[in-house]
Design a protein around this ligand. Sequence first.
Ligand SMILES: [Zn+2]
Length: 228
Amino acid sequence: MNRPSISPAILALAVLTLPFVTGGQTRFFGGDQESQIIRKAKRYNLVSVKKEVPGSFIDMRYKITSAANKPLYLKEMPCLVHRSTAQKLKKANAILGKSGYAIKVWDAWRPPEAHHALWNAVRDPKYVVPPSKGLSWHCYGISIDLTLVKSDGTPVAMPSKFDEFSDRAASDYRGGDPGIAERVNLLQQTMRSVGFRVIESEWWHFDDMAAQGGIRNITAADLGIRMP
Ligand SMILES: [Zn+2]
């Protein structure tokens, strides 16, 4: 009679889910890729917006498409910003919450690898920093692209779509809709009040020029992120 044996697949599953205890915390071998990246990112002062900014929404547009007509990020790409930028975002989101709104992030820390892909597609210095002039502040985790939504995540009309390279992208564009004008004013005033800089060419882009401590450019390779 054959002895009962454990199939290799079941054994592999047991090993992958076997918990081990470190410093009082239970962890799992083979945790999902996004969590692994977030853990590594902390060493570089980058933190997860989802974790650090309660009530915010994340919609990383470059997971779907980009000006290069293809995604720049794979699905495990987390939404990361510099630790001190996250604190400012937290304050901004709390202020916006009093008016019934929340932030929805379109892009945050951007690996230089993705920035180069974007430049190659757009090649317009008005919208993308040419690599010959250095990197975007996105690559340091201190710039963020975001829009407003209602506190429950319901979309609201704003001046343009993300990366719409037209007149409507300008940060002083108000168009003919008073609701849109009011919301974009609220967003810009709030972001300025917590220390972000508004730029002329894109209403959705904000810079944290006063981010404190350990700012450096970090590559996808540093964090073990695969590029598409
Ligand atoms: Zn941006």
